[in-house]
Design a protein around this ligand. Structure first.
Ligand code: MSP
Length: 655
């Protein structure tokens, strides 16, 4: 076992709005890092932002700002999202920091002094969105970037070049003799395929007259460093290369780069040859994961189908979103995102399998043992079978994580919970209670609780907050609940009989799938209130004011806002429905509500109403409703919920 583990994410272009793709890489790195720590290694994670280059310079100019001010504003979006997503990175590097720029300059000077960088003329094309150089032959349809299909710019200018071509044979040999260096294997083949074509020297500078936002070359003040040459160095500048040799050597020897498939070549060809020139050993591995697609289409701003992680957090909560991300993709392959696939996975694995199991075990301990975890009696075969499966899963999880299949490892753990639910059916503790067989009941409930302890420990890296909650429910104190290690997870009898278990509301309240949401929408009109209540019981949604309690966080997942009604009309053929155009802050939406018996369209126009703003749009009688208004009903009387006095603008949060 390696003593240390160092994992990096790509550093993200600071201009970009963080989306589900960035979140996936960062969450995956965080989960891998937490698993390696759980396995007893000193695990270290680095992420950060890529802040130089033409894109940033252009965006800052468009806002009339200095590039650094623009970066200072933009970087916060990444930092805050990572905080929100529970990312436990040890460091966050920005390429505009002095500690980074100093190392980039030292490396440039050293390579220049050793004639590994030389001056010549660059003639070729440049893609600004990808920040990549291409030759005429690389381009599609004459002028289009082979990666993103956008037009490139032709350049002809004095530049500095890194003698990358001289490392071609060495790199081919290195990749061939180090299986697992580039993963999955087909990405190693892709790199080899690229290398077998002509490998040119790499242009690593731009004249300042054309682009000034970059690190100045230490040997020529009229040029700045190419953004990729600068960015890749973050992986070593952040961990003390040139400043803290002890830390650097310890971490670099166990370094793993997690990247997306689109930036394979910049890493496996540019970075490896740069490292060789610098005189450093190769990282342990590169792993290129696939892309999240939306309903099998590429996600892109122009198609308007980019999934915003904040929207996902609002629906699923942080931990369940992490769970759905990690289990929804086989690392290395592309995955298709749909809301429904996430909701299905959530409901089946978390709400049904894990949530139900916990609630069964805890509720029966409370009911039959006064909330004190009972001591087990003699174990029977059926108990031992579950115990063995639970005790074995840590090993298979570890193997899977080491083979970069955390999705499969987590599936194995969930399978233990599925077995535990079957175990409850087989042993029927409720019948044992009826028969007064308390000793056997004690063994069953203890076995169920120990299984939950092991499973929750193994899922801790994926869902740290929820698993802490689960473990405290089983009677552990905060320290025990959060200090998870493989030794305790491969041992039975850790929960102490006599500990007090806690009653909690559903750990993962069920989320209604899309079709059900659509149906329920029509029923949500207050005129059908009783039907709605029946439906809610059936689908186990969290009922505010019912007998199920919601936490404040769960409550705030529902965004209530003020809205102004701009237009209103009756829906043809539906005597209870009004169709309205409403204003919510700067946005306009369409809303369908079952209030036509109580309010005429004229009475609605100009009114300020309260709506649920983050409800998934649904079709009512074939017309889309983008939200739901709040009203109260008693008998036949229906009244809108409104703001008490004052002229409130639309879009104000309510809560
Ligand atoms: N700044 C460079 C990386 C420099 S590393 C020294 C960069 N940044 S990026 O912000 O454009 O992309 C960062 C990562 O996000 C890449 O690994 C990319 O693969 C990933 N993703 C972008 N869209 C994605 C999906 N739709 N799905 C999964 N990941 C995707 O490139």
């Amino acid at each position: 076992m390696a003593e240390n583990y160092y994992i990096t994410t790509p550093i993200y272009y600071v201009n970009d709005k963080p989306h589900i793709g960035h979140s996936y890489t960062t969450v995956l790195a965080d989960i891998l890092c937490r698993y390696h720590a759980l396995f007893g290694e000193n695990a270290y994670m680095l992420t950060g932002t890529d802040e130089h280059g033409q894109k940033v310079e252009k965006a800052a100019a468009a806002r009339g700002m200095a590039p650094i001010e623009h970066c200072n504003e933009m970087v916060v979006r990444f930092q805050e999202l990572w905080k929100k997503l529970g990312i436990n990175n040890n460091d966050f590097i920005r390429t505009t920091e002095e500690r980074h720029k100093k190392i980039v300059c030292a490396i440039l000077q050293d390579l220049y002094d050793r004639d590994l960088i030389y001056k010549s003329k660059y003639v070729g094309h440049y893609c600004v969105p990808c920040e990549r150089y291409f030759t005429e032959k690389d381009l599609l349809e004459g002028n289009l970037c082979p990666d993103c299909n956008r037009p490139t710019n032709r350049l002809e200018e004095d530049s500095y070049f890194f003698r990358m071509s001289q490392y071609k044979e060495w790199l081919i040999e290195y990749i061939n003799s180090h299986p697992g260096f580039i993963q999955p294997d087909f990405r190693a083949n892709e790199t080899l395929g690229f290398l077998r074509k002509e490998l040119t020297d790499l242009c690593i500078s731009r004249p300042k007259s054309r682009l000034s936002w970059g690190i100045e070359l230490p040997f020529d003040k009229d040029h700045v460093c190419y953004v990729w040459f600068d960015a890749l160095i973050n992986y070593i500048s952040a961990i003390g290369y040139g400043t803290d040799p002890e830390k650097f050597e310890k971490l670099w020897a166990e370094s793993h780069h997690l990247i997306g498939k689109d930036i394979l070549q910049t890493h496996t060809v540019y970075w490896t040859t740069m490292l060789n020139a610098i005189g450093l050993p190769m990282p342990k591995s590169f792993f290129a994961h696939g892309w999240w697609r939306y309903n099998d289409e590429k996600m892109s701003k122009s198609l308007g189908n980019v999934v915003n992680p904040m929207d996902m957090i609002a629906v699923f909560g942080v931990d369940a979103f992490r769970y759905c991300l990690i289990t929804g993709m086989v690392p290395g392959q592309d995955a298709s995102f749909t809301n429904d696939s996430f909701i299905k996975r959530y409901n089946s694995d978390l709400a049904n399998d894990l949530g139900n199991m916990l609630s069964r075990a805890v509720k029966m301990t409370i009911k039959y043992f006064d909330g004190k975890l009972p001591a087990p009696g003699a174990y029977e075969d059926v108990d031992k079978e579950l115990m063995d499966q639970a005790l074995a899963v840590a090993t298979s999880l570890r193997e899977n994580v080491e083979q970069m299949r955390p999705d499969r490892g987590v599936e194995d753990v969930i399978n233990v919970i599925r077995s535990a639910n079957r175990y409850m059916e087989k042993t029927a503790p409720w019948t044992l209670a009826k028969q007064g067989n308390m000793e056997r009941l004690a063994t069953v409930l203890y076995t169920a609780s120990e299984t939950l302890r092991i499973v929750s420990g193994l899922l801790f890296p994926v869902m740290p907050e929820k698993m802490k909650e689960l473990r405290m429910t089983l009677g552990m104190n905060e320290t025990e609940a959060t200090q998870v290690n493989t030794e305790r997870l491969s041992r039975w009898n850790v929960l102490v009989p006599g500990s007090t278990v806690k009653d909690i509301a559903a750990l993962f309240p069920r989320i209604m799938p899309q079709e059900e949401t659509a149906k329920a929408e029509t029923e949500k009109a207050p005129v059908k209130q009783e039907k709605k209540e029946k439906k809610e019981k059936k689908t186990e949604t969290v009922a505010v004011g019912g007998d199920e309690i919601v936490t404040i966080d769960e409550f705030f997942r529902t965004q209530l806002k003020t809205a102004k009604v701009l237009e209103a009309e009756k829906v043809e053929g539906a005597d209870k429905l009004l169709k309205m155009k409403i204003e919510v802050g700067t946005e306009q939406r369409q809303l369908i509500a079952g209030i036509a018996k109580a309010y005429t369209p004229e009475q609605m126009i100009g009114r300020t109403i309260i709506i649920v703003a983050n409800l998934k749009p649904a079709k009512i009688r074939g017309i889309e409703s983008q939200g739901m208004l709040l009203a109260v009903k008693s008998g036949d009387t229906l009244k809108l919920i409104s703001v008490d006095g004052g002229d409130f603008p639309s879009g104000c949060p309510v809560g």
